[in-house]
Design a protein around this ligand. Sequence first.
Ligand code: ATP
Ligand code: MG
Length: 530
Amino acid sequence: MTTSFDMWSHLWSVAAGLMFAWALFKQYFPPQLCMHIEGYAHKAVGHVYPYIQIMFPEFSGERLERCEAYFAIQNYLSASASARAKQLKAESVKDSQSLVLSMDENEEVAHEFEGVKLWWSSRLVVSWNSTFSLQPPPEGKRDLKIRFLRSTFSDLTSQMNRSLPSPPGFIGFHRNHRELIIGSYIKHVLEKGKAVAADNRQRKLFTNNSSSNWASKWSHVSFEHPATFDTLAMEPRKKGEIMNDLLKFRQAKQYYARIGKAWKRGYLLYGPPGTGKSMMIAAMANFLNYDVYDLELTTVKDNTELKKLLIETSAKSIIVIEDIDCSLDLTGQRKTKKQENDDEEEQVDPVKRMAKGGEESKDSKVTLSGLLNFIDGLWSACGSERIIVVTTNFKERLDPALIRRGRMDKHIEMSYCCFESFKVLARNYLGVESHPLFVTVRRLLEETKMTPADVAENLMPKAEDEDKEACLEGLIEALEKVKEDARKKLEEEEEKAAAGEAEPEAAAARAMTENEGQQDLSEVKENGIR
Ligand SMILES: Nc1ncnc2c1ncn2[C@@H]1O[C@H](COP(=O)(O)OP(=O)(O)OP(=O)(O)O)[C@@H](O)[C@H]1O
Ligand SMILES: [Mg+2]
């Protein structure tokens, strides 16, 4: 049986032959004549073939940006097609409970809109890349020598015969319905598609791919971090301020447009390890219902790749650069003396170089200026509603240009556990709102420094029979030990300092005595000579 696809393949080869003949014809006849013939040919085709075609590509802007309409249509079809299409694809699973189905490639379904019957079909266009590689494709990805241009949803209106599907890559409809399709129908599809996307939204945690062999710059898993602002131990006033700031940002589309600023906001989270910086990012994402793009700067090849990564991030997302002071040699101060020596040795010793990185050095060439432009340059305005979060343990090590307002609009210090933070942890970990032992804990927290991570660890029951009181006592014990250690350390330092001060004094005294001795000797000598 001849399928519609076979028939169209045949028609395409005929069309290709005609186009070849036409190209030859154009070479030998005057351009005026050719233009006339082309005009008539268009009209003639218009009479016989009354369908208009529109293509919905997956990518727009020289394949740089993902086309929003494509995804809206895909979502719209996933909702309505699953009831009708026979070949479905289980794209993702929402909350590990329900399947989100969508049409498979080369599948067609019928729709009806205001009495007009429509056919939607999705096509997969495969184009071959000329390069050949013996290396296996990366796991879970299709071979990149074959590039997939998923660019097609075709739509045929009621009058179109079912046996005449549109050629791949186009949406086609009868010209009688031009107003209806372009005006109301497409708008309806896009709106519905966006609503379905919001309903089905399974938030994602992205990471940038280290190799250029991946089709997409980012890979993702579903984002399932349970942290919220309720579980984050922090001074309530400060926490409330951050939550208000985030809410204000989310609702400020018009405001940002009015003041002529890209709709983005930078947060710098700084503080010692274990104070909840990463947890805060997860809480932010859950609070705003945003995706998270965890940017690993060391695997980004250069500034151009950094730009491409930025363009491929979606709206409503948080771009995270963790431990930025350790990520790259951005200020020229990051490498230790040993690292510098190692690097020098590698430059001259090819064996060491091979042993470390294989064939070539894969060091990132991202520069500070590239990063500054990524955060607040012209390209940072591509896309909207994005938050950039940078974390560090050492704020003072960062270049002032990186953390200036406009790049890092809000600086948040994540500090050691205070009593208010402890109360949040006690409520979360033990379900205790108040307890007589709280007084002791409060005093000790004021007298010593312990990170929320350590307090949380001490509050966690270590055995089945360990009750709340035992956990609190365990924490008090740990706090007392930290306090005692700190006291001993301080004493040692003071002793050292005293010894350090005493040493120059003693040396000076010794020098003075020696000096005086020499003077006496010379006086004796002088006197003796006299
Ligand atoms: N403020 C906090 N509130 C609640 N839990 C916290 C807090 N800070 C730390 N914790 C606990 O400690 C763990 C480690 O915290 P987190 O990874 O967020 O620290 P960090 O500041 O990012 O540290 P690093 O600088 O080493 O990356 C968390 O998973 C959480 O269990
Ligand atoms: Mg962290």
